[in-house]
Design a protein around this ligand. Structure first.
Ligand SMILES: Nc1nc2c(ncn2[C@@H]2O[C@H](COP(=O)(O)OP(=O)(O)O)[C@@H](O)[C@H]2O)c(=O)[nH]1
Ligand SMILES: [Mg+2]
Length: 314
């Protein structure tokens, strides 16, 4: 199929075209790559804000509030809710949808939920495509909400300019989650639900964790307190998001971050391409024979991989 019409429509601001193109990308339908090339040329450099954390900490509530403040500033907003644990495909997570209704009626807001459609490219590659589509559609700001779930989350958050890691009092998972690799991706920590007991403790636990790191390379993530549902602390959070944006926008820093992201994406795409080539071109009988040889100990997995790889890059 030729999806260039959808891509061109997206570039002209056609929301329906963008929505359809996102489905095409999620399903990895034949021809989506060509469409994405067109989309790529139409991107305008939207700001990408990542909001991540465990389920129930208040991410969606925050996203909603942040989106409202962007709208007040006259910016158009794209929201991508990524939930790798969700069995839903392309549909919104119900609670989120209900809460976002007054936003979704706003033509300056585009909301999309993504579940685990599980194509070969994986969720992070798909998410980066969706971000590009929303950028090309004309969104000034894109907010990505993702549930804390390991490597995929880290990868997705790698696409954001600023990442807010959200937690809440009494979960006791702050230290754990930092150990689980969030330290690398967090630009800001937010202890949400400060109206609940224990928020101060959670914040100081986090702060002492961060104090153990001595080289922050210019940006030490602040630990902020807020209450998304009452609005307390949100202005301060927005101010820090703005400060981080300004910091990250310095030319050499910006270039470094974007280069790292581009490098990773190229690697991912090459890996995917190799998989695709093996699956579509390598005769399955031949592959079966190689697998059998490995199982029977006639061939080491290394030699097998060399054989298959040699075919793929020929
Ligand atoms: N007490 C309190 N509840 C909140 C706050 N922010 C969000 N919630 C509630 O926490 C629940 C989970 O919020 P949600 O935004 O869906 O969390 P998510 O799973 O991280 O996206 C909802 O019932 C919210 O109303 C807050 O600041 N204080
Ligand atoms: Mg949510």
């Amino acid at each position: 199929m030729n999806y260039s019409t959808l891509a061109k429509g997206t570039l002209k601001g056609d929301r329906k075209a963008a929505a359809r193109l996102i489905s095409v990308v999620e399903d990895e339908e034949e021809g989506y790559r060509e469409a994405m090339k067109i989309v790529f040329c139409g991107t305008r450099g939207a700001g990408v804000l990542g909001i991540t954390g465990a389920p129930g900490v208040g991410k969606s509530t925050l996203v909603f509030e942040i989106a409202k403040s962007f709208r007040k500033a006259g910016k158009s907003v794209g929201i991508v809710a990524v939930d790798p644990t969700s069995p839903l495909t392309g549909g919104a997570i119900l609670g989120d949808r209900i809460r976002m209704t007054d936003l979704s009626a706003d033509p300056g807001v585009f909301i999309r939920s993504m579940g685990s459609r599980g194509g070969t490219g994986g969720l992070s590659l798909q998410t980066s495509n969706v971000i590009r589509i929303l950028d090309a559609l004309g969104c000034d700001e894109i907010i990505v909400e993702t549930v804390g779930a390991g490597q995929t989350q880290v990868d997705i958050m790698g696409m954001a300019d600023t990442v807010v890691v959200v937690t809440m009092p009494g979960t006791g998972d702050e230290v754990q989650s930092i150990k689980a690799g969030l330290l690398e991706i967090a630009d800001l920590y937010l202890v949400n639900k400060m109206d609940l007991p224990g928020a101060m403790n959670t914040a100081s636990d986090l702060k002492s964790m961060l104090d153990l790191v001595d080289d922050w390379k210019g940006w030490k993530p602040p630990v902020l307190l807020a209450s998304a549902s009452t609005g307390r602390g949100l202005d301060q959070m927005l101010e820090f998001i703005g400060r981080h944006r300004a910091w990250i926008s310095q030319p050499e820093r910006f270039l470094e971050r974007r280069s790292r992201q581009a490098r990773k994406e190229i690697y991912d795409l090459v890996t995917m391409e190799v998989h695709r080539m093996i699956e579509s071109k390598f005769p399955s009988v031949k592959l079966d024979a190689i697998v059998r040889d490995v199982v029977q100990g006639k061939l080491s997995p290394y030699e097998a991989a060399e054989k298959v790889a040699a075919f793929a890059i020929r």
